[in-house]
Write a protein that binds this ligand. Sequence first.
Ligand code: PRP
Ligand code: URA
Length: 209
Amino acid sequence: MGKVTVFDHPLITHKLTIMRQKSTGTKDFSDLLTEISMLMTYEITRDLPLKEIEIETPICKTRQKIVSGKKLAIIPILRAGLGMVKGFLTICPVAKVGHIGLYRDPDTKEPVKYYFKAPADIAKRRIVVLDPMLATGGSCIAAITELKKLGCTEISTMNLVAAPEGIKALQEAHPDVNIYVAAVDECLNENAYIVPGLGDAGDRIFGTK
Ligand code: PRP
Ligand code: URA
């Protein structure tokens, strides 16, 4: 079963609380999402392997370590996942970026795919799917299914807020995927929104409501 890691660092929790408040405007919401994404990326990449190389400092030659192993790719789920890209790339600028466009059908709440473009060597990369909201889990599950069709084997998700229902569904659909999240909330409401959540992440990032 995929591991669930909740990043309950005080700074992440504090910033998320500000994001949740309905009085927080688009700019602050976006900036805070970038900051939390940076902090989460720092933790998610903690297990990256290192290798020794020879370098020369102004003083002498020395063997020191750099990151090695599989290269990274991030796949933001449009639209709201875009809000996590800048934070991730600030910490890991060499990651390649693919995009998957999914929206939830307002009636069925099922994800509808409208776009998918991934780096050519995606199957060789370690992938992090970015989406602030893991509600029913349908969007992340669909994105991971598309990535697996391309041969991807090492996939995790980075979510801001998750509902227990979404975590369960994602673990059942893709038991090999690790989930990294800043908070696990109470439940979903009748419209499949996370409670207490933060509302519609896409609308709050892009000011569309
Ligand atoms: C939201 C959110 C996630 C999805 C989560 O996207 O950004 O992608 O819902 O819900 P799920 O876990 O039940 O699938 P939305 O469909 O509102 O599209 P948008 O980001 O383009 O607004
Ligand atoms: N999508 C969102 O943006 N927010 C939710 O709470 C659920 C799905």
